[in-house]
Design a protein around this ligand. Structure first.
Ligand SMILES: Nc1ncnc2c1ncn2[C@@H]1O[C@H](COP(=O)(O)OP(=O)(O)OP(=O)(O)O)[C@@H](O)[C@H]1O
Ligand SMILES: O=P(O)(O)OC[C@H]1O[C@H](OP(=O)(O)OP(=O)(O)O)[C@H](O)[C@@H]1O
Ligand SMILES: O=C(O)c1cccnc1
Length: 470
């Protein structure tokens, strides 16, 4: 796959880094927060994804000689470019675990590094985490609708080009079982799966011969696409003939796929005919512009569909297309930093921080995450981040810290996790959230608050800059 060297960034990061270097600020420590402001799909939660990809890339994030030559041609300073020859990311990362359930406003991850490092990793970090979080969240919604039925990612051809690679990874975390994307399957150990295209059937004079040849070539893995000419009058009877022939050879037709028409109606017709022919184990797969809403409707109609192939709407994160995650400076050169805004919701949170998930005395979710200063070890009360008159007290509650060290001095603090483990963790974490948070329409709003100390620090800084400018 594509090598991500340190030029995988926006030019302004390099331009700023050059100034930090020239002003001797490259040795100052900076802390940046990664967070998003709005949940995608008007949903009640998001699934954090992309962390392992980021850690793998940051461990080897350097400029190649070719990169440096290119930057020289762009007129960047030669002393700065000499410094970049030895550039490596040697910072620290504190992060939410990949697969965990995350909400707006609260830091999902913090980067602590020198100014140049912290700035140069911004773009790749946002690029990876925003996209995979969006797609894992979409996948999780589709999983919710599909219940226990199998979900296969068919999106590679429709994805925003090479985004398909990480979309397949994120889809697996969010609840898909398999992908048609061979390279993602190979690299991430995702089961791969494939049926056939209409062109295969079209290329033969007879649909039946196409089905027979395929079955002979793939006796363990034949899923016949039955809608090329006429699903009920041609595709289905031909599939039954091949299914019976396979059975007589001691083989098994794995499935049929519907890709057009009324999927629920056709699936029922197929199921009845297959069952009557003694082919009860043949699965019915459906595809065609599916998403969480169409699948929910198909399930409501009790269409006997066993496998859903989902492409476009999954991998482009329809209809949102992007998560609005941002990377904001919270601390630099020994001082907390803030970004002011007329819009209170855009005020940033200064300082190194921790985020706690509040649980009741039974360990169940209390419906709130509290953002505190990093060295606060307890939290009994939180304030609404933008409406300070609103507060919430916790009695008899415990607080689970959500940010932990995942990278120290540029090295991961734990061995890479398998995608299967990340997915299992994600499923477990989501299962703690009640239906109210998971429903598609007007979901419950999970509360995010800030501790008294953080609020005080933020107000102090805000007043400082306001007074300075008044
Ligand atoms: N029973 C159903 N309930 C709800 N939605 C359905 C049902 N059957 C199919 N759909 C969805 O309706 C849409 C139908 O798309 P469209 O109007 O393009 O028809 P089509 O069957 O694809 O036609 P074409 O023959 O042109 O391919 C798809 O998104 C499909 O998934
Ligand atoms: O509808 P999506 O959710 O995006 O799922 C992927 C679509 O891609 C394929 O169609 P395509 O027409 O590209 O090729 P085909 O000839 O294999 O049907 C497949 O048959 C699905 O309809
Ligand atoms: O295997 C399939 O049926 C498939 C793969 C990619 C896209 N559409 C369908």
């Amino acid at each position: 796959m594509h090598q991500f060297t340190a030029t995988y960034t926006d030019l302004y990061q390099i331009n700023m880094a050059q100034v930090y270097f020239q002003q001797g600020k490259h040795k100052h420590t900076a802390v940046f927060d990664y967070f998003f402001r709005k949940l995608p799909f008007e949903g009640g939660y998001a699934i954090f994804a992309g962390l392992e990809t980021l850690l793998g890339i940051l461990e080897n994030f350097q400029f190649s000689d070719e990169d440096l030559g290119f930057l020289k041609d762009q007129g960047l300073d030669s002393e700065f470019l000499d410094y970049l020859k030895d550039f490596k990311f040697e910072g620290n990362l504190f992060s939410t675990k990949e697969g965990d359930i995350v909400f707006p406003t609260r830091p999902v991850l913090q980067v602590e590094a020198n100014m140049v490092e912290a700035q140069l990793v911004e773009t790749i970090l946002l690029n990876l985490l925003n996209f995979q979080t969006l797609i894992a969240t979409k996948a999780s919604r589709i999983r919710k609708s599909a219940g226990k039925e199998m979900l296969i990612d068919f999106g590679m051809r429709r994805a925003q080009s090479s985004g398909a690679y990480h979309a397949s990874r994120a889809a697996f975390i969010g609840g898909f079982e398999a992908t048609s994307n061979v390279v993602a399957g190979k690299d991430f150990n995702i089961p791969i799966s494939g049926t056939m295209a209409h062109s295969f059937v079209q290329s033969y004079d007879e649909e039946l011969t196409a089905f027979r040849d395929f079955a002979e070539s793939h006796p363990k893995n034949t899923i016949l696409l039955i809608d090329t000419y006429d699903t009920l009058k041609s595709g289905l009877p031909n599939a039954i003939t091949v299914g019976e022939e396979m059975k007589s050879r001691g083989e098994e037709l794995k499935g049929v796929r519907l890709d057009s028409g009324d999927l629920s109606y056709l699936a029922r017709k197929c199921r009845n005919a297959l069952d009557e022919a003694g082919l009860q184990d043949v699965k019915i797969a459906a595809s065609n512009q599916l998403d969480e809403y169409v699948i929910r409707s198909l399930k409501e109609q009790k269409g006997p569909i066993d496998v859903f192939g989902v492409g476009t709407n999954l991998v482009i994160g329809d209809p949102d297309a992007a998560l609005d995650g941002v990377y904001k400076l919270a601390f630099a050169n020994g001082k907390p930093r803030i970004k002011l805004s007329e819009n209170l919701a855009k005020l940033t949170m200064p300082h190194k921080k921790q985020v706690y998930r509040i649980r009741n005395s039974k360990g169940e979710l209390a419906g709130a995450d509290a953002v505190t200063l990093r060295d606060e070890t307890e939290v009994h009360r939180m304030n609404h981040p933008f409406e300070p008159s609103k507060t919430l007290s916790f009695t008899g509650c415990s607080a689970e810290p959500l940010l932990s060290s995942v990278m120290k001095n540029g090295k991961r603090t734990y061995p890479p996790k398998s995608l299967e483990d990340i997915k299992a963790f994600s499923r477990k974490r989501l299962s703690e959230f009640s239906e109210e948070f998971q429903r598609f329409e007007n979901p419950h709003i999970y509360k995010i608050g800030i501790s008294d100390q953080l609020l005080e620090e933020r107000e102090k800084l805000r007043d400082h800059y306001k007074n300075k400018n008044s």
